[in-house]
Design a protein around this ligand. Sequence first.
Ligand code: HEC
Ligand code: HEC
Length: 341
Amino acid sequence: MLVMNPRPILALAAITLLFPLACSGETPAPGNGAAAVDPLLGLPKPELPVGFSEAKAELGKQLFFEPRLSASGKTSCSSCHFPEQSWTDARAVSPKDDGKSNTRNSPSLANVARQPHFYWDGRAKTLEANVEAAWKAQMGGKPDEVAAALAKVDGYAKAFQGAFNAGPTAAHMIEALAHFIRTLHSGGSRYDRFVAGDKSALSADEQAGHALFVGKAMCIVCHTTPLFTDHQFHNVGIGMDAATPDVGRQKVDEKAVLGAFKTPGLRSVSRTAPYFHDGSAATLEDAVRVMAQGGKANAHLDPLLKPIADAKLSDAEIAQLVAFLRALDGVEPFTKPVLPQ
Ligand code: HEC
Ligand code: HEC
């Protein structure tokens, strides 16, 4: 857990309000160095690994929608990550290809390339590791068998040749999928236009919500700009009342606090209901209410939440916070791929 005094951050947040352009890049995502923030998108440029190409990403897009990647031939990555819901699936938890239920909510994939680690507990250190694990665990995928099968499909054989100068292999498929995910962004929201100087981009209520978010409500302490996450793990009390709570980050790092999960980024958050790692909050209003009360009481609750509880936010203030979060909806243009037959 990250222990820190919230005050310097609040001071920074206040400065951000006054000098938005100069300071919106002051909290770059860890892992991205001092990546410059594009003022219109409001996002730092993702680090694209050597070997990234549009052709590989385009092929990865087809594979992402391809049910032939799964054991049953019925499940694709897009079965749980829908483009229309900012790559989530509108369910609290979803069944895997083998019919067994997940225990965690499907997270958004927008801006994932800008994260230093992946999954709710950060257990995957690279996007490729995440993709391979997701393919096997969620879809019962057998990468070598699928590669051999796709090699017999003309359209795929050609696409792999174009992207990799070689036929399909498990490693190429994983790389293509990871590159596709690196192209998924949520930026250019009304909030970004506001920060870039267009004061008419946010309504009075949304501006009041923004002021609360970076001020009295102290959400900015963990949901830091530009991605609205500090990429750290905190216990905010979700699911702690279960008979055996999900240990979260502790499974990866035994020194971590019990029940700590990755702070989710909030861009396009209005599209990703239900909320929290267990999908237990049905609406954005429900989720914001939990956070605005300082999380849910339990023995391991992050102390950073105490001042939020003490601030005793009113219903009107909670509504303003929700209005502000809705203004984080990004531009996410997308056209579905045509799959080779
Ligand atoms: C059956 C539903 C399901 C399918 C199918 C599925 N996922 Fe996921 N995905 C999830 C869930 C649930 C999580 C969160 C698991 C966790 O954190 O422990 C997740 C997490 C992820 C993450 C991490 C995002 C982050 O913010 O850290 C990535 C990336 C991802 N999936 C990519 C894929 C890819 C690529 C495929 C296809 C190979 C895929 N998923 C198929 C349900 C699914
Ligand atoms: C101590 C750090 C911290 C602070 C402060 C904080 N959050 Fe969060 N927030 C988190 C974490 C961690 C989660 C995920 C918890 C989980 O699912 O177990 C989360 C989840 C959320 C979600 C659900 C997002 C999703 O995709 O599921 C919303 C909405 C949210 N927070 C809004 C807020 C608001 C509004 C405030 C200020 C009132 C706030 N948060 C303050 C750490 C924080």
